[in-house]
Structures are given as C-alpha cells and as structure tokens.
Design a protein around this ligand. Structure first.
Ligand SMILES: [Zn+2]
Length: 301
C-alpha cells in the first residue's frame, strides 16, 4: 500500500526545468564524491593492503609457546596479528607464561585460555594427574581465563578425573573446553555433561562434514573451529559439503590458525589471506559471522 502511494506521488511530480535537473544532478554528484581528492595519487600498495581490513578475523586458535619466545617478542606477535588482520584471539601456550605475557601487553585483544600442560611432558599424562588439576584450579582463581585448553583428549580418556572435573568447571563457570579430539573422543567429552561448553579444535582434524553435522545437531553447546582444515577449500575453492554445513549452522563455526610451531607465526598473514579467499565465497553475512561475529557472541567484542 505504502509503496504504491509513494509511486503515485512520484508520478504526479511537476516537470522540472532542464537547468533545475542539471543543478540537482551536480549537487548529487558533489554529495556522492565529496570534496576534490588531494593531488597526490594513492599509494601503490593500497589495493593489496585492503583485504586485511575486509573481514577482520577473531582467531580462536593461537599459541605463544616457549619455543617461539626467543624468535618473536610479544610485540612482534601483535604486529603479525595486525598484518594478518587478526584483531582479537584466543591464546593458550605451553607453559602458560607466553599467554599471560601477551595478555598483559594487550588485554583488549588477547583472551587467555589455560592449558593443562605446565610442560610438553604433561601432554601424555594430564588426564589422570591430580597435580595438573591443582595447578589449573589455582590459576583459574585469577579470573583471567575464558577456557581450558587446547588439550589433546583421546578416545577412552574422558572418564578420567581431570576431564571430568573440566566438564564440571566448564558448566559451573562458563569456561570453554578447547578440545583437540576426534569425533569419537569429542562425543565422549560431550557425554560427561550436556551443559559443558566445548570448542572443538580443528573440527576434529579428520572428522567429515557429515560427522560434524551429526554432533552439532545433538549438542547445542558445541562450537567448531577450523584450524588446519585445508579440506574446507582445496586449492582455494570452497568445498560444497562444507559450505552447506556452514549454512546449516551459521552460528557454530569459527576461524582458527594454530601456531603450534614458531614457523607458523610469520605465515599468519598469508594463512589469513587464504582463509579470506574462501570466506568470500560464502554469503557475506555468513562469512562475517565465521570471521568474527560468532566468536564475539561467545567471548565478547
Ligand atoms: Zn593447537
């Protein structure tokens, strides 16, 4: 109704003089383009630099572990994040000091996640180690952590004492469990408590879109990040099965990089450019959610 009456009004508009029409067009042009551009040409790199401003990324899987400290200062890490267009990140490290150093430098950009690994040797034994639990609970009391992980949890380990307590801590304090587990192991972790929140690292590394779909359908507290999943876009082309999955669960997927070895850090800008390459093949709204919106909804702006 409103539309047709507006059109009707337009139809009754009086015919304007040619001069008035030309003046209106000139004014519209000035309004559209603003004042004249400065004489200097824009810098040649402007076009290449633009993509980092497009689709800024909230990275949900970074580590600043001991082997990187001597190569990249905390300030270097922030500079690499800037170059990659990563404005915010979940960070964990072995030992935890790397995470805290970054957090102290940029508390508005770094969201600390606490690993149960005081040293790499804990990786094999943490699920049954009571001293790991004591360490984790003591650190959690500082209140800076938003999650526990990234930890490696294998099939059959979820009933062990530390993962069981982690599920309780997650449910009680809203902590995210950042789990590097295959589809079977993550379904065992999900079975501990339906109200624990799980951020599934690497989408299970080898889990298929169909397996991920089945888990997402029955677990509303499961979110998925895609670090190291080159099968999402082989050769840069977004795989249709993954694209369908993202569209079916627009609020459950996030971007992650995983700087698990120091050489990943200088690659961050290129890796993020690759990610943007396939994100742009999705509808814009979905790409923005995956790049940043979903992580912001869970962890804040
Ligand atoms: Zn990792």
């Amino acid at each position: 109704m409103a539309m047709s009456s507006r059109l009707g009004d337009q139809g009754r508009r009086p015919v304007r003089s040619v001069a008035a029409v030309m003046l209106a067009a000139l004014l519209a042009l000035l309004a559209a383009f603003g004042p004249l551009p400065p004489a200097a040409a824009p810098p040649a790199f402007a076009q290449e630099a633009a993509p980092t401003d497009d689709l800024p990324v909230f990275d949900t899987h970074l580590h600043y572990s001991q082997d990187a400290w001597g190569l990249f200062s905390a300030q270097d890490i922030l500079t690499l994040m800037d170059q990659a267009g990563v404005y915010k990140a979940l960070v964990s490290s072995t030992p935890d000091d790397g995470t805290l150093t970054l957090y102290q430098l940029a508390p508005d950009r770094i969201i600390p996640i606490l690993r149960p690994y005081r040293a790499r040797t804990d990786m094999a034994t943490w699920t049954q180690d009571a001293t790991v639990l004591a360490y984790v609970e003591e650190r959690l009391a500082t209140g800076v952590y938003r999650g526990l992980g990234e930890f490696h949890l294998y099939t059959g380990e979820s009933p062990n004492r530390v993962p069981r307590r982690f599920a309780d801590l997650s449910a009680e304090y809203g902590l995210f469990l950042h789990a590097h587990s295959d589809a079977t192991a993550v379904s065992e972790l999900l079975a501990l408590r339906s109200d624990a929140r799980i951020l599934w690292a690497h989408a299970g590394m080898s889990a298929t879109p169909a397996q991920i779909d089945a888990l997402l359908a029955r677990a509303p507290h499961l979110w998925v990040e895609l670090a190291l999943r080159s099968d999402v876009a082989p050769g840069g082309r977004l795989d249709p099965a993954w694209a369908d999955l993202f569209a079916r669960y627009p609020d459950r997927f996030m971007i992650g990089t995983d700087t698990w070895i120091p050489s990943r850090w200088p690659q961050l800008p290129r890796l993020m450019a690759d990610v943007r390459g396939w994100l742009r093949q999705l509808p814009r709204d979905l790409a923005e959610r995956m790049a940043s919106g979903n992580a912001e909804a869970l962890f804040g702006r």
